[in-house]
Ligand binder design. Structure first.
Ligand SMILES: NC(=O)c1ccc[n+]([C@@H]2O[C@H](COP(=O)([O-])OP(=O)(O)OC[C@H]3O[C@@H](n4cnc5c(N)ncnc54)[C@H](OP(=O)(O)O)[C@@H]3O)[C@@H](O)[C@H]2O)c1
Length: 491
């Protein structure tokens, strides 16, 4: 891994992402002394910001977000790296000034990382302008470009975007972020599966009944109405984060942990997903929109009453899918995926339900119905790894109850690194294993495209669910009556 000095150029430096995620991540990496010496950070913005007012803003943002309180020495070191430049990032003339600034300043490294913390509609234009300004040539230093999600709107638009990036950057220079992959619990799925020999023999269709992947949010759309109403839950979360989690749960052991071996295995999973045909969309997919309801005892408006949402919008704020992976390991095991806004809790959980034992040995005892085993991998808000087993209840009777084996860090509030810290460091170190290769994105879009197309044609009605609930009744997706959503980590 290279940890050479570099220059991190943030386009959209005053935006939500830059303020809330990138700047705090940089601060924490500075605190951990992980930023290579002589590395600079250039914020590029359309606004005419002088150093003083930017410094005040940095102070305010980091005071609110530094995990262990703002430390003066760390802040001073970070500020010493930071420069703020104004200009139009879509205009080659503006970017030539950026180039001159870099070229004329000996303390600024010519290894350049361009971070696109900007609206996706600008990615192609900014990339072209970078080329026109001579900033894409690896002339005396390397170039990397970081692209935020969403990558495209559907298969075709993703393909077009990819082609425009590839005009000036090669695949190994492009870091497509899915920040979920930077979460340590998501990476732990790999460790859990492939570092524990006892799991492999049971991790398949012979023993697993079904798998659920849930990402629920109690918050609404905040101030992202324009983006969200255009995207909806299926594009925003399911096509990206949830399908990525599915690949990690379902993939075969990779030949090694290098980026290409890992991504090859993830792509094989995506390619094996049984296509949802146009006629089967209603049996495999469900959408709904939140109506007014209660969150934490407070009444909240429905989606159609949110600011800047058209009164007749049928954008889904909840989406669920049933998928099958047609390979030897998973044939006919349903994977149920769901995501929604304004749900009862913030939670990201993978729940794996095992089959019942083949023999009903305890039929003549007080054990009326044995509960199945579960493995629960909770990703946020707390990280948790839990196995549920059946044991005998203490006492004279032959009766059973569920007991839980928890990994030791199964606690709320434990210090968690933000995913962006790990990912920014990976870009600096040129490790792309947690970034998406284009074929992953392509096959993920192909999985959801038929659903998007069918929903596009059904413009007259959408189901609703009360804000603060666990979503609509989409039980028709389940293969059997004894399969139901598991809402809580505790059963
Ligand atoms: N916010 C999040 O938590 C989050 C999470 C996941 C992915 N993302 C992705 O990250 C990217 C940035 O998101 P964001 O929430 O930070 O967006 P944002 O706040 O709406 O915009 C980011 C910045 O882009 C620049 N910009 C906006 N419109 C522009 C235009 N027409 N021409 C030139 N510059 C323009 C502005 O920066 P200046 O005024 O400083 O030039 C703006 O502050 C998006 O692709 C988004 O999908 C965001």
């Amino acid at each position: 891994m290279s940890s050479e000095p570099c220059t991190f150029i943030v386009f959209g430096a005053t935006g939500h992402l830059a303020r809330n995620k990138l700047l705090p991540a940089m601060y924490h990496l500075e605190e951990a002394e992980r930023i290579p010496d002589k590395t600079s950070i250039i914020g590029f913005t359309r606004q005419a910001l002088d150093d003083d007012s930017w410094n005040d803003q940095v102070n305010e943002i980091l005071t609110a977000r530094a995990r262990d309180g703002l430390k003066d020495n760390v802040l001073a070191n970070l500020r010493a790296r930071m420069h703020m430049l104004s200009g139009d990032m879509t205009d080659a003339e503006s970017l030539k000034k950026l180039k001159e600034y870099i070229d004329s300043n000996e303390s600024i490294s010519n290894n350049l990382i361009f971070y696109m913390a900007i609206p996706p509609s600008l990615y192609a234009r900014v990339t072209q302008a970078l080329h026109d300004a001579g900033l894409s040539d690896e002339n005396g230093g390397w170039r990397r470009i970081v692209i935020e999600k969403p990558f495209g709107y559907d298969t075709e638009s993703a393909m077009i975007l990819n082609e425009s990036l590839h005009k000036h950057f090669s695949e190994n220079q492009i870091f497509r972020i899915d920040h979920y992959l930077g979460k340590s619990m998501v990476q732990n799925v790999l460790v859990f599966r492939f570092a524990n020999l006892m799991l492999e023999p049971i991790w398949n269709r012979n023993h697993i009944d079904h798998i659920q992947i849930t990402h629920s949010e109690s918050q609404g759309i905040a101030d992202r109405a324009a983006y969200y109403d255009d995207a909806g839950a299926l594009r925003d979360m399911l096509q990206s984060h949830l399908l990525q989690m599915l690949t990690l749960v379902a993939m075969e052991p990779p030949a090694s942990l290098d980026a290409e071996s890992l991504r090859d295995e993830k792509v094989k999973v995506l390619k094996s997903i049984r296509p949802i045909t146009r006629r089967s969309v209603n049996a495999h997919a469900y959408r709904a929109q939140y109506a007014t309801g209660n969150i934490n005892g407070e009444s909240v408006p429905g989606y159609l009453s949110e600011q800047n949402i058209p009164a007749d919008s049928i954008t889904e704020t909840y989406a669920s899918l049933k998928l099958y992976i047609d390979n030897w390991r998973w044939r006919n095991v349903p994977f149920y995926l769901r995501t929604g806004k304004r749900m009862a809790k913030n939670s990201s959980v993978i729940s794996i339900r095992f089959k019942h034992p083949p023999q009903q040995l305890f039929r003549q005892t007080q054990i009326e119905q044995l509960e199945p085993n579960w493995i629960v991998l909770a990703i946020q808000p707390s990280e948790c790894l839990r196995m549920e087993l059946q044991v005998k209840k203490p006492g004279l009777e032959m009766d059973a109850h569920t007991t839980q084996l928890d990994a030791s860090y199964c606690a709320t509030g434990s210090t968690q690194l933000d995913a962006y810290e790990a990912l920014l460091l990976d870009v600096i170190e040129n490790d792309c294993s947690l970034f998406l290769r284009y074929d992953e994105i392509h096959h993920a879009w192909e999985t959801v495209d038929p659903v998007l197309k069918a929903w596009d044609t059904q413009q007259d009605y959408i189901h609703t669910y009360p804000a603060g609930s666990w979503g609509p009744d989409d039980s028709k997706l389940f293969d059997r009556d004894d399969q139901v959503w598991r809402n809580e980590i505790d059963s």
